[in-house]
Design a protein around this ligand. Structure first.
Ligand code: ADQ
Length: 502
């Protein structure tokens, strides 16, 4: 496939994420093959890793008794962004099944996820899941070091003026930096470490609840460059470093000093592959079979308690109570992709949503109309783009969210008569997409009023708002996000153009 990398990267990039950028599937003959995994991150980063002859390190997604002997090459007709990634550019970290469970369902999703979303009552602190988390992070670090020694040596001979970059992603891998830093200093390996957090970084009051907060902060500080979606998260992080670790910090320039090293902290708001969504919206057929006069209010999320689904559906019920003129005129379509189904909290949320949908539909349904259409499952990118395009209102109302890509995907797909985005201020996106209708999701009544306002908004106002929203997302797309991160890591050629917006 054609690789579109709009800039020159000067050194190999080693990317670490919990999961590899594709799904491995075992066929009936026992052979493994790759299946595409959707997502903006993979779309943007995989071609760059291919191009710079870098590596992707992650868990394979399948449990085996022994380490995987091989990673399959991509099929010749593979069109996924990872198609160019050779199997020698992929490192599958081996994690024994029980250990993975304690690490992933336990510490990652039972402790860090709720804590970092400022929902400490849901967080559990257990020594054995913390130990599993440390062990898995160590395994990731050792795999990285194996690869790094070879990469650094080869690169030094070819281009000694630059050095390889290790880019660690997200809350599953907060401690990887600690081990990698220690060894690269001992062995004098010339490389740079970067870290990006995809979820919020909470305030010191929340972070301090974690019994292992110091080790987590030190793990992040082991990197040279630390990125968050928005400035608030950067400032929270810097504050924690100062108060918990006693680091010297410079809040204006966002610098933290630890053991004689200076760590750069910066806001890098992630974007989406904007042009790809526009193209999808232009070509995808209509999947919704509703009357022209009927308006769709859309919600799209992983089924997660941070996304505010219960509050959202109650707000829709309130809309029908308070503004009965919308009965038989609007449908609320919620698409919820199953997520972390092994975790009890997520099973409970599923039951609660099923009951609420049943109750509201029972209360308002007419012979030819039901108020709520609830899809529990993933949908294809084509379907998603068509739902985005054909909905009059998007309800993006998380209680807390690092950024939220759904808000951005919705505006990208508004290529016809524009709809209205309703957005929570508690998503990272809420602080930037000013032309949306921003409303506190806890205020059920106000959200109902806001939906009513969106449904009645005149076309010219919708056009003005949507034009500005779309312009910003087109400028600040996922390629912009990545190139500005790599530029601050010094990994781009001087001639490479990085948008001045960064
Ligand atoms: P998520 O919590 O997964 O991401 P989000 O940013 O909304 O949240 O991304 C979800 C993605 O999944 C979107 O691209 C969306 O299209 C897709 N998706 C959701 N439901 C789907 C469905 N039913 N069918 C098909 N696709 C579906 C984390 C953080 C976010 C941050 C991102 C990126 O929690 O805050 O924006 O990482 O950094």
């Amino acid at each position: 496939p054609e690789i579109m990398v709009p800039y020159q990267i000067t050194a190999p990039l080693i990317v670490l994420s919990n999961r590899l950028p594709f799904i491995l599937e075992r066929g009936p003959d026992g052979r493994l093959s790759r299946k595409a995994s959707a997502g903006g991150l993979v779309t943007a980063v995989a071609p760059v890793v291919t191009e710079c002859k870098g590596l992707w390190i992650g868990w394979s997604g399948i449990h085996t008794k022994e380490p995987l002997k091989y990673i399959p090459e991509s099929d010749p007709d593979d069109k996924a962004p990872t198609a160019g990634l050779l199997s020698k550019q992929v490192v599958a970290v081996y994690i024994e099944e029980q250990l993975y469970h304690a690490y992933y369902n336990g510490f990652c999703n039972g402790t860090l996820w709720p804590l970092f979303h400022s929902m400490p009552d849901r967080a559990v602190f257990k020594a054995h899941t913390w130990e599993a988390y440390c062990a898995v992070n160590k395994q990731f670090a050792l795999c990285t070091l194996d690869a790094l020694r070879k990469t650094v040596k080869e690169h030094e001979q070819e281009k000694p003026e630059t050095c390889p970059v290790v880019w660690i992603h997200d809350y599953q891998l907060l401690l990887v930096g600690t081990t990698v830093r220690q060894v690269i200093e001992e062995e004098k390996l010339n490389c740079k470490l970067g870290f990006f957090l995809h979820i919020p970084f909470p305030s010191w009051d929340i972070v301090r609840l974690c019994p292992w907060d110091d080790q987590i902060l030190q793990g992040i500080l082991a990197c040279d460059m630390v990125g968050f979606h928005i400035e608030d998260y950067c400032l929270n992080f810097i504050d924690c470093c100062s108060r918990r670790l006693g680091c010297r910090v410079d809040r204006n320039n966002m610098l933290v000093e630890l053991a004689g090293r200076t760590v750069h902290v910066k806001a890098h708001p992630i974007g989406i592959p904007f042009d790809r969504f526009v193209q999808l919206a232009e070509t995808t057929p209509k999947f919704l079979n509703h009357a022209e006069s009927e308006k769709i209010i859309l919600g799209v999320d992983r089924l997660d308690y941070t996304k505010g689904l219960v509050h959202r559906i109650l707000s829709f019920e309130r809309l029908l109570e308070k503004y009965p003129e919308h009965i038989e005129k609007v449908t609320f379509m919620q698409i919820s992709v199953p997520s972390r189904t092994d975790v009890r909290e997520y099973q409970q949320l599923k039951e609660e949503m099923d009951q609420l949908v049943g109750r509201i539909n029972g209360r308002f349904t007419k012979p030819n109309w039901s108020p709520v259409k609830y899809i529990y499952g993933g949908v294809s990118q084509e379907q998603l783009a068509s739902f985005y395009r054909d909905s009059a209102v998007a309800l993006v109302t998380p209680l807390r969210d690092g950024m939220n890509l759904v808000a951005k995907e919705y505006v990208a797909c508004q290529i016809k008569e524009p709809g209205v985005l309703i957005l929570s201020p508690f998503a990272g996106a809420g602080g930037m997409m000013h032309e949306a209708l921003v409303v506190n999701p806890y205020e059920i009544d106000k959200v109902a009023d806001t939906i009513n306002r969106a449904l009645l908004m005149p076309l010219d106002e919708r056009e003005v708002r949507m034009k500005q929203l779309r312009h910003r997302e087109q400028q600040m797309d996922v390629n912009h996000w990545m190139s500005s991160f790599l530029a601050t890591m010094g990994a781009l050629d001087d001639d490479s153009e990085v948008d001045p917006l960064s």
